[in-house]
Write a protein that binds this ligand. Structure first.
Ligand code: NAD
Length: 492
């Protein structure tokens, strides 16, 4: 078996989850309409949440606006806001068991991976931005008139944060932590399929001392999201989701001259050169396409292999992929859980059918796993598709890997850059000069060499081309939630 991180740990009990309410102005509020939340590992209903109406979103925006305009949060010294964010990190760690259980239940994430990946990195992000909250300083500018000129970095105001179904906890934190560090107020709308950790985080943020109205959570779907984007009292939209909805969001935000950051779809190439350490490379290749059942914007679903290695790699993959443990996310040894929903599973199965129709050879997986009524798909490897196939060009968003060969570095780079997306890319090589040379030519927001998905709150993340614009993580994200004001004082 090739090296795939498993993080195996103890089994966890499925939690009971109460029906969700809206969190507005520091109060839990019942809503007018509701929708069901489904357990993807069984297909049964977990609970219901509010499907927020336009009026309810408007109330949340008013609460955020009032907290920002009249409250203390934006005026606190950064160090004080940092203290609150450190308490959030502390509470996330203290309540890790609750967060792991809820996130795994909602998304179908294996508990053993959810703890280190989703929950602990959430705590890390709050800590990172707690420290950066203290660096919200400006600069003095030397100018040739008799005046004292300086800049102030100020929060933007009310931020609308809209997040997708696949990493609810992490992707809401990538927005809320820097937005709060900078002094903004937030209205968060999580994805309708996976809203539960957002409600738990509302509780944690309040307990940590985030003032009423500074973070509000409205659950719901497109109606609630669009109401947030359209509301003129919202100063910025931070959106993560599909390229199609991202474009629509950008159009609405553009019409209102509202800044927007867009973290959109991806379709990363993973290039294995003939000088790679094959054992390590295959481990990274498998991790890159099965992690989170492939529902991973930065997944590596397109494997490009140097011609001399092609047959060997296909042979190893066919064996190794079928050995990755798939099953109940609450079993501590599971590496691949179900897909997050029936809709996602159906979409991925349709791509596999399309690949077969185009003459693709399915060398592993290719079918649903019948288990407890859950939305499981066996990890699938497909060879023999042409580069222009829709299955290669489009974002599949499931545990599916296509494999192509290349003859030299130029062809590898052309194939890697040959889709509309540009979020992530990776390469496997032991040749240092090649690593730098190829990394520079790959059109992607982040490039990994000799491993996959190495992420840290300090390292900026985001896309080019159809994968969006703007950066999350790092000081770049903090800056995107601020505006610069210049103050010039006459000394005459
Ligand atoms: P989606 O675009 O369907 O939904 C994303 C969010 O937008 C949800 O909260 C949804 O309710 C909301 N929404 C839907 N219609 C809206 C509208 N008209 N106005 C405003 N909001 C609206 O995406 P999804 O299926 O939840 O997530 C999967 C997609 O997200 C994939 O394409 C994936 O690549 C992408 N993604 C990107 C990143 C990244 O960092 N670049 C990270 C994770 C996921």
């Amino acid at each position: 078996m090739t090296a795939v991180d498993t993080h195996a740990g103890p089994a966890v009990r499925r939690p009971q989850v109460d029906p969700g309410k809206l969190f507005i102005g520091g109060q839990w509020r019942e809503g007018a309409q509701h929708c069901e939340v489904i357990d993807p590992s069984t297909g049964s209903v977990i609970t219901t949440v509010v499907d927020a109406t336009e009026d309810e979103v408007s109330d949340a925006v008013l609460a955020a606006r009032t907290a920002f305009d009249n409250g203390q949060w934006a005026r606190l010294p950064g160090r004080e806001r940092g203290r609150v964010l450190n308490r959030v990190a502390e509470l996330v760690r203290r309540r890790a068991d609750d967060l792991v259980a809820v996130e795994s239940l909602d998304v179908g994430k294996p508990v053993a991976l959810c703890r280190p990946v989703d929950v602990m990195t959430t705590a890390d992000q709050y800590e990172y931005y707690a420290a950066l909250a203290q660096s919200m300083d400006g600069a003095v500018r030397d100018i040739p008139i008799n005046a004292h000129a300086y800049t102030r970095r100020e929060p933007l105001g009310v931020v609308g944060a809209i997040t997708p179904f696949n990493f609810p906890l992490i992707l809401s934190t990538t927005k809320i932590a820097p937005a709060l560090a900078a002094g903004n107020a937030v209205v968060h709308k999580p994805a309708p399929d996976t809203p539960l950790s957002a409600l738990l985080m509302a509780e944690i943020l309040a307990e940590a001392g985030v003032p009423d109205g500074v973070v509000n959570v409205v659950t719901g779907g497109a109606r609630a999201g669009e109401a947030l984007v359209r509301d003129p009292r919202v100063d910025k939209i931070a959106f993560t989701g599909s390229t199609a909805i991202g474009k629509h969001t950008a159009q609405l935000a553009g019409a209102a001259l509202k800044p927007v950051t867009l973290e959109l779809g991806g379709n990363a190439a993973h290039v294995v050169f003939e000088d790679a350490d094959l054992h390590k490379a295959i481990g990274a290749v498998i991790k890159a396409f099965v992690f989170n059942s492939g529902q991973f914007c930065m997944a590596g679903p397109r494997l490009l292999v140097a011609e001399p290695l092609y047959d060997t790699v296909l042979g190893i993959l066919a064996d190794a992929v079928s050995g990755v443990p798939i099953g109940d996310p609450f079993d501590g040894t599971t590496v691949i859980g179900p897909m997050a929903g029936e809709r996602q599973l159906a979409k991925v199965l349709a791509y596999i059918e399309q690949a077969r129709a185009e003459g693709g050879r399915v060398i592993a997986g290719g079918e649903r796993l019948d288990l407890n009524g859950g939305f499981y798909l066996r990890p699938t490897v497909i060879a023999g598709l042409p580069a222009e196939s829709r299955v290669i060009q489009e974002e599949i968003f499931g545990p599916v890997l296509t494999v192509q060969s290349f003859s030299d570095e130029d062809e590898a780079i052309a194939l890697a850059n040959g889709t509309p997306y540009g979020l992530a890319a990776g390469l496997q090589t032991e040749n240092l000069a090649r690593a730098h040379r190829v990394a520079a030519r790959l059109r992607a927001g982040i490039v990994w060499v000799n491993d996959w998905a190495m992420l840290d709150p300090a390292v900026p993340f985001g896309g080019v081309k159809q994968s969006g614009f703007g950066r999350e993580y790092g000081p770049e994200a903090l800056a995107s939630y601020t505006t610069t004001k210049s103050v010039v004082i006459s000394l005459d």
